[in-house]
Design a protein around this ligand. Structure first.
Ligand code: NAD
Length: 274
């Protein structure tokens, strides 16, 4: 697939498109990842809490694809902020890898006040040469500020719920100021909305002979966001990857930009504890 790379603030490259495996059952995961790799995907986003790291690892091993052609991300779970290195080692072992490309603090869990400690742990893991890049997920501006003020280390990415119905403009502006790349989770609003039926999306799809899902994913790409839509079906895995052969016009992008309702489908990072 002709997936562009994005250069992170630490100088490492990340493929702008991949596969997310949230809510992919463990029994199904090896097959889904294998199908995605066959279709040309080279970037996989998982997390310790998804319970499918070992199955992701098996699909990677069985694929025979050279390690340096793959980009693998996993995440530190909330109950492991006290010992990130132990959690990281367990994830690496499950994935069957010697090194990760990107490791994220999954949630800030602000009421516990543990995120800075967790972040220092990730900084040590980079220092030990076990991961190339580190970042965070679900961090609001105040959570990012605390990390940066207290450690001086700026996350390479912030993985946040982001889609046309929830566009996170203030948070994006803050991240842009610090050169923190944005990863959009739930890029298709998790299939839980009427997003695909909205005329702004449906008309652009008709104009380009593409599907509404492809239009929404293209909108993310044109904004510079990193995306890894989830699907378990071969047909949709292929469909979601066929987004590099067309371009939305400025007007089409602007019409989708106007759909922001600040409507989240996932948990609230200010209160979520897992
Ligand atoms: P998503 O927006 O990728 O939506 C996936 C759903 O959209 C599918 O289950 C299906 O119902 C539908 N879909 C997918 N392709 C389609 C197509 N071509 N046509 C029509 N419908 C289609 O939601 P997601 O899986 O929650 O997000 C993507 C990834 O982001 C996850 O798998 C995970 O890796 C990551 N994520 C991270 C967090 C976090 O807290 N960091 C939270 C949620 C998701």
């Amino acid at each position: 697939l002709p997936v562009p790379n994005i250069e992170l603030r630490d100088g490492n490259l990340i493929p702008q498109f991949g596969l997310g495996v949230f809510k992919v059952e463990a029994e199904e995961t090896e097959g889904v990842v294998a199908k995605a790799l066959e279709a040309g995907y080279r970037h996989i986003d998982t997390a310790a809490v998804y319970g499918n790291e070992a199955e992701v690892g098996r699909a990677i091993a069985a694929s025979g694809i050279p390690r340096d052609e793959l980009f693998v991300t996993t995440k530190l779970w909330n109950s492991d902020h006290g010992d990130p290195r132990a959690a990281f080692d367990a994830s690496l072992e499950k994935l069957g890898l010697e090194k990760l490309d990107l490791y994220l603090v999954h949630w800030p869990v602000p009421r516990r006040g543990t995120a800075v400690r967790a972040w220092r742990g990730l900084v040590e893991i980079v220092g030990a040469g076990l991961v190339d890049s580190i970042g965070v997920s679900n961090f609001e501006i105040e959570h990012l500020r605390a990390l940066i003020d207290e450690t001086g280390v700026v996350p390479a990415v912030n993985q946040i719920e982001l889609h046309p119905l929830h566009q996170r403009r203030e948070l994006r502006a803050f991240c842009a100021e610090y050169d923190i790349a944005i990863e959009s989770w739930g890029p298709l609003a998790q299939g839980k909305s009427d997003l695909f039926e909205l005329p702004e999306v449906a008309e652009a799809a008709a104009a380009h002979a593409k599907t509404p899902a492809q239009v929404v994913l293209r909108w993310h790409l044109q904004h510079g966001f990193i995306v890894f839509p989830k699907s378990t079906r071969r047909k949709r895995l292929v469909e979601n990857a066929e987004i590099f052969d067309f371009r939305l016009s400025d007007d089409e992008v602007a019409r989708i930009d106007a759909l922001d309702e600040q409507r989240a489908f996932g948990a609230d990072p200010r209160t979520f504890e897992g």
